[in-house]
Design a protein around this ligand. Structure first.
Ligand SMILES: [Zn+2]
Length: 303
């Protein structure tokens, strides 16, 4: 992972050409009629998985007559020359058994990287449509447009585009130690990087300093960017950072965290290698998360 060019962040990899200039009704009709066109399937926020742990793909014409959640099929983009659509199914039985639908943040680690990115984009877009049915400008009803790429208000004609919320997620380090926290309601021993939404009026670096101080009362210096991740729960851009603690005394904000502790490099190495869970100092974050990738990066790049 020290070579970032050869590493694909889970949910990243950008396998699709969004084809912003090919969303007219004529283009979409042509795409839908292509024998190579495919639709991937979502249901209750989960992705339909078929053979070889790949996304189950059907021809979009097979969706006709089935109950789909609003806005119907979304055009996700082109995978090479192949148009890729997504459908959010109300009823799954016709296509795949219910058990073949998997939660991406858990089952995603086993998926092909391109499939995880495609399913994540689909989930983010469907979540956005479901929660943005009314115009934020006038309160009137809005309708999907450009095959799911935007919504337009019926009353004031304002266009609304899918939004992404920036979140900083950071490892706070001190010499050979790293500070991790446990969110409220997490399993005991589960630990992860501290994180929080970027607020209007602050830089990414200022957001890191504020969030760390708010959550654990620790002042930091030298925040620097490592890598980022699109995270479809529901639609966040996770900005992975590492910073250094000026002081190490933790004052826990119990409204935000249940616990926060310093762990040595040795303890983190033991956990990250998947060793004996009873002897491990904490439970590592799921493989699909940027927190897990940040811990791996820190281990590789800390002497
Ligand atoms: Zn409006």
């Amino acid at each position: 992972m020290s070579n970032l060019n050869s590493f694909t962040m889970p949910f990243g990899g950008a396998p699709l050409d969004y084809a912003e200039d090919k969303r007219t009704p004529e283009h979409i009709q042509t795409f839908l009629a292509m024998p190579s066109a495919r639709a991937v399937l979502l249901h209750n926020g989960k992705a339909g998985i078929g053979k070889n742990a790949r996304l189950h793909r059907i021809h979009p014409s097979e969706l006709i007559g089935h109950n789909l959640y609003e806005p119907g099929p979304i055009f996700l983009g082109l995978e090479g020359a192949r148009p890729i659509f997504a459908a959010n199914l109300q009823d799954v039985t016709e296509f795949l058994p219910e058990d073949n639908f998997f939660e991406l943040r858990l089952g995603g680690a086993k998926m092909h990287a391109d499939d995880l990115a495609i399913a994540g984009r689909a989930k983010s877009l469907f979540d956005w449509h479901a929660s943005h049915r009314y115009c934020a400008n006038c309160g009137g009803g809005s309708v999907p447009d450009d095959m799911g790429a935007k919504r337009v208000c019926n009353h004031c004609n304002t266009e609304h585009f899918p939004r992404v919320n920036p979140v900083v997620i950071m490892l706070v380090t001190h010499k050979d130690k790293v500070l991790l926290g446990r969110g409220i309601g997490w399993p005991s021993k589960a630990m992860s990087a501290l994180a929080g939404f970027v607020s209007p009026g602050e830089t990414i670096e200022e957001s890191v300093a504020r969030e760390v101080f708010e959550e654990v009362g620790v002042k930091i210096k030298n925040p620097h960017y490592i890598f980022s991740q699109p995270w479809p729960y529901p639609s966040q851009l996770m900005i992975g950072m590492i910073c250094e603690a000026i002081d190490t005394e933790v004052t826990l904000n119990t409204a935000e965290l249940e616990d926060a502790q310093w762990f040595t490099r040795e303890q983190v190495d033991f956990v990250m290698n998947g060793n004996d869970k009873d002897k491990a100092a904490f439970i590592r974050p799921p493989k699909t998360t940027i927190a897990r990738q940040l811990l791996g990066y820190w281990l590789e790049n800390t002497p």
